[in-house]
Design a binder for this molecule. Sequence first.
Ligand SMILES: NC(=O)c1ccc[n+]([C@@H]2O[C@H](COP(=O)([O-])OP(=O)(O)OC[C@H]3O[C@@H](n4cnc5c(N)ncnc54)[C@H](OP(=O)(O)O)[C@@H]3O)[C@@H](O)[C@H]2O)c1
Length: 313
Amino acid sequence: MTRRVIARGYGGPEVLAVVEVAPVPPARREVAIEVRAIGVNPIDYKRYSGAFGTDPASLPLSLGAEAAGVVVEVGEDASGPDGPLSPGDEVIVYPAEGAYADRLVVAADSVVRKPPSLPWNEAAGLLVAGTTAVETVDAAKIGAGDLLLVHGAAGAVGSCVVQVACSRGATVIGTARPENHDYLRSLGATPMSYGAGLAGRVRVLAPEGVDAVIDTVGGEEAVDVSVELVRDPPRMVTTVAVPRAVEAGFLGVGGTNPASREVRRRLRSPVVDLADRGDLRVRVARTYWLSEVARAHTELARSHPAGKFVLLP
Ligand SMILES: NC(=O)c1ccc[n+]([C@@H]2O[C@H](COP(=O)([O-])OP(=O)(O)OC[C@H]3O[C@@H](n4cnc5c(N)ncnc54)[C@H](OP(=O)(O)O)[C@@H]3O)[C@@H](O)[C@H]2O)c1
């Protein structure tokens, strides 16, 4: 039997359950993966929280979007973006609907090769944050000489945004709580505490405002401060397209932007290459067993150490 996590209903982490299901073989153009590590993302708990509405007909929900593991069975004509796949190949799976499992059967085109340099935990948490970050940096047209403000710069996405923007020659001011300021400095950003007076503190460093904003927080403060400080409003990009951000003119990436799906697929291999060269590092903050998924979600939704949470099957 194989194990996977489902949400039996809508609510808090108490609706989660680990269930056993019989393994199925891969069909044509599919592969079966023995999972080594699974990336945890806020979207995973938002899906069953009711934040995006509720649809009892879609229950139970299969959770998870990204994982890393070893190919164990290959269907006919199973070729991924990097070429034909064989048992024993070490891979990263994204997008991977239902990735919270110890075995996955997925379309071969959702599988890219894992470089030997990348540990399983980092590989599992690389592609949601990494591709989102590159998409936002591209959308904000960040290049050499730009002054960029990043809200939530110590988060999984925000820390990738900082690294990618700095590597393109931008100067980055990143908001985070004080405990994360040294981490932001290590990534190349100037740290800034969020909270009352944020716009004034940024103006000390940027009297003329900033060229662009990337927001991974979506709160009132992030929207207000961005609108006040950005010199070029079309260069405000958010990963959390709350109604106020949309009204304020932020460009939303991800769920609200259907073009993102293809962009993310195209960005997978370049992001893996960045990580392989050491130019993009995913910090793994905590690991949990699959059976501890409810605790992982409870802790991810609170203030937590900077970096990715990873589940181990
Ligand atoms: N649209 C998409 O395709 C897409 C893709 C990925 C993620 N997302 C969304 O993007 C958001 C971030 O995801 P993530 O994986 O990076 O989450 P994460 O790792 O939990 O990071 C969130 C960060 O927000 C910071 N934070 C909390 N309150 C803040 C505030 N008031 N001002 C500034 N920073 C604050 C925290 O930093 P401190 O510890 O320093 O407080 C935390 O590190 C989530 O809402 C997620 O659902 C969207």
